[in-house]
Ligand binder design. Structure first.
Ligand SMILES: *[C@@H]1O[C@H](CO)[C@@H](O)[C@H](O)[C@H]1NC(C)=O
Ligand SMILES: *[C@@H]1O[C@H](CO)[C@@H](O)[C@H](O)[C@H]1NC(C)=O
Ligand SMILES: *[C@@H]1O[C@H](CO)[C@@H](O)[C@H](O)[C@H]1NC(C)=O
Ligand SMILES: *[C@@H]1O[C@H](CO)[C@@H](O)[C@H](O)[C@H]1NC(C)=O
Ligand SMILES: [Cu+2]
Length: 231
């Protein structure tokens, strides 16, 4: 019995050390490896940060938003758009709202996102429809924490490989950024997060350091992910 426990523990250790950061990055398409995702929309003096982490119960994602540079009292709708932001930063090139279940196509002109029936009435990417528009406070900031029960890292409802777009009240796309996924990695293979896209252009060093500091705050989550990577 004891022997069995020891050999199990040993095997688990061996597997854990065998999972290198390169392998984790290479497996980034496996949504279960993604620890968090960050988008930092900017444009028209706006600097915002959207951070998505898993809910502890495994259902949906927690979304934390902050923004500066907004007009005082002004409303800003925000969405997940289907396409990536090209390297020239053109927010208009991000296509329409993420809507994998065709809610908008079915509703047509009568589309109206209702919080009481999100799945049937809201495009998956219609975050403002579900949570309300961002509103600039007296210093031009906005922030919020939300539980997005329909969103996921992977599967039909994945937010990965899409973008965040912030509109002004006239509907113009004033700020945008790609959603960058982060997986466990680094030399210690436990307390660092690396851009799942590896060398891709999508995220910068400041996003990576944001990811690491957020990871430190959710270290319990990281511990459970290390365990998941071992089995
Ligand atoms: C937004 O939140 C992140 C993470 O907590 C923080 O690093 C950043 O400074 C904040 N930005 C603004 C504009 O408040
Ligand atoms: C931005 O993208 C839109 C849509 O693809 C395109 O029509 C427009 O010409 C682009 N603008 C620039 C400056 O690239
Ligand atoms: C608004 O954002 C700025 C820049 O991040 C920050 O210095 C300031 O403290 C914020 N104000 C409030 C009331 O949060
Ligand atoms: C590994 O972790 C130790 C202790 O937390 C830290 O001092 C060291 O800088 C880390 N090394 C790397 C490469 O992150
Ligand atoms: Cu939009």
């Amino acid at each position: 019995m004891l022997k069995k426990i020891f050999s199990c523990a040993f095997a688990a250790l061996a597997i854990a050390s065998a999972v290198s950061s390169q392998e984790l990055a290479g497996r980034a398409a496996d949504a279960e490896d993604v620890v968090l995702a960050i988008a930092k929309p900017s444009g028209h003096n706006i600097e915002a940060m959207f951070t998505f982490t898993r809910m502890a119960d495994g259902v949906g994602l927690h979304l934390s938003i902050n923004a500066t540079g907004l007009d005082k009292g002004a409303e800003y709708p925000f969405h997940i758009h289907v396409d990536s932001v090209p390297s020239n930063g053109n927010c208009t090139a991000t296509g329409g709202h993420l809507d994998p279940h065709g809610v908008k196509a079915a509703a047509g002109e009568s589309y109206k996102c209702s919080k009481s029936d999100i799945l049937k009435t809201c495009e998956l990417g219609d975050l403002a429809g579900v949570f309300g528009n961002m509103v600039g406070d007296k210093e031009g900031n906005a922030s919020g924490d939300f539980v997005a029960t329909e969103l996921a890292f992977g599967g039909d409802n994945t937010i990965l490989d899409h973008s965040i777009v912030i509109h002004n009240s006239a509907g113009d796309r004033v700020a945008c950024a790609n959603i960058a996924a982060f997986v466990l990695g680094g030399d210690n293979n436990s307390d660092q997060l690396i851009d799942a896209a590896g060398s891709h252009e999508s995220s910068d060093d400041s996003t990576s350091s944001d990811a690491s500091s957020i990871a430190a705050k959710v270290s319990g989550l990281l511990a459970s992910l290390v365990f998941a990577a071992m089995i």
